[in-house]
Each structure stands twice: as C-alpha cells, then as structure tokens.
Write a protein that binds this ligand. Sequence first.
Ligand SMILES: [Mg+2]
Length: 292
Amino acid sequence: MNADKPTLLVVDDTVENLDILVELLGDYDVRDVLDTEAALQVLEETPIDLILLDVMMPGVDGFEFCAQLQAHPRTRDIPVIFITARTDEAAIERAYELGGKDYVTKPFKPRELLARVRLQLQLRAMIGDLEYLAYHDTLTGVFNRRRFFDRAAQLFKESDTDLYAVMVDIDRFKRINDTHGHAVGDQVIRTVARQFSEALKPGAIFGRLGGEEFALVCSANSPEQVLAHIEGLRQRIAQEPIPAGEATLHVTISGGIARRRAGMRNIDALLRDADDALYAAKHAGRNRIVVA
Ligand SMILES: [Mg+2]
C-alpha cells in the first residue's frame, strides 16, 4: 500500500454519486469510473488499496464484478465496500458471500462511510504486515524456509528438466560466531543474503533455510549457466569486506548445484541432490561450487 496516500477505486454508474464520493474521499488518491470495464482498466494499471462498488449498474453489476475480482489472484485481496440503495437482507447476505468486506446503504452517512473506509484500509495494512512476517526471514528479508519450500514446490510442479536447485552454506560459520560474536555473524548472513537477492534472476526463488544455509531454485539453459551465476556470487562474497569491530572480515561460501532429473518426484529430491553436491564442495576444501 502507498504509505502516505492509499489509492481508492470508486465504481458507480451515476455521475452525481461519483462526484459526492470523490469530494468526500478528498484525503485519498481516488480513481472514479462509471462502469466495471473502466474499473478493470484502472486495476490493470494502478495498484488499488480499496474499492467502493455500486451494486446496481447496467451490464456487469457490482455483485458480478466482485465475484470476478475474487476469481483473480491479483485482485482477490483488494477489499470491496458495496454502496447501494438495496437494503433487503438477501442483498446484504449476497454482498458478503461474494467476498465484499462491508456494505453501506444509500443515502449513506458521510462520516460513517469514511470510518468504514479507514477500518478496511487498516485491516488490509495489518494483513499485509502479517503476510510479510509469515513469509520472510526477519534477519535478512529473504523468503523464510516455509515460504521457500512452498514456492519452490510450486515451481517444481510447473517446470521440467530445465529446473536447478542450489544449496549454499557459509564456510566455517560457527568459527565466525565464536571469534567475532553473533552481531558479526548476523552481518555475515545478511551480506550473503543481499548478494544473492541483488543477483536474483526473474522467476528464481531464493530463501534462507536456517542458520547459515540458503537455497535457490531457478530455470536455466544449462548447468554451466547456473554454475557461472553462482560462481560469480561466490567470488563477489569472498571479496566483500565485512566490518568486525576494528577489523574487517572476509567470508567464503560453498555451493552445490543439481539439475532436475527425469522421474524426480518432488522438490525435496532435487534439493537433496544439491545438498549432496554441497557436501562434496565442503569435503573438497570449501570455497567452491560443485555441480552434481
Ligand atoms: Mg447504480
């Protein structure tokens, strides 16, 4: 959500109603349209935080439009407040069944409508914060273990043998923690996460699995392509000085790369192959990337 000024979409087939609402909602960034077709256009182009939706409109009415929004992942989570002259219980029940968050009857009381808008925006922001916390690692901001596995499993389902997994581990991390303390250890973990995040290719999924262990799943044309990418990261990380008290510290990573094999049943099997390759990299002396 836009932090300083949420963007509202108001849909009503009566110009006078739109004028009243736009005036009332002056503290917000308001997009007003006369039909659902124009509403879809706005939704394509602009991130919308809340929709105020008239029920009775020619063509696609508010109820039908709300159902359409609910059917699409991109618009599903935008709260909808219905505004309508219909006050019968069946209509109110339907509004909630179709995914509407609230319902205001015409003629509406301006301050009541504003309070309801504020409440829905607050709820939406809270849900956004909670989702962020549920999906991200608090130390690094990258996907946490659960989110990584969910997204990686999804990618595994959708892709074929062009899929690769990479397991990454910071070398001798326990020693870094023991020698320099946990604050420096945390800084090391953040540095590795940042280097990977900044180099992340579109569609790739990266997360912190726990401790000093990270994983990446991505599509590529060849193992060499993945190796070149991860090898570049290994070198960049080895060169980046990390502040440790008076001195600076250099850390290295080891990595294992595996390609999805025919008949592989799930993402766990692919990650296991990558983990075996990582083990081989550790065994061969660390600070290197091994392809399974
Ligand atoms: Mg109407």
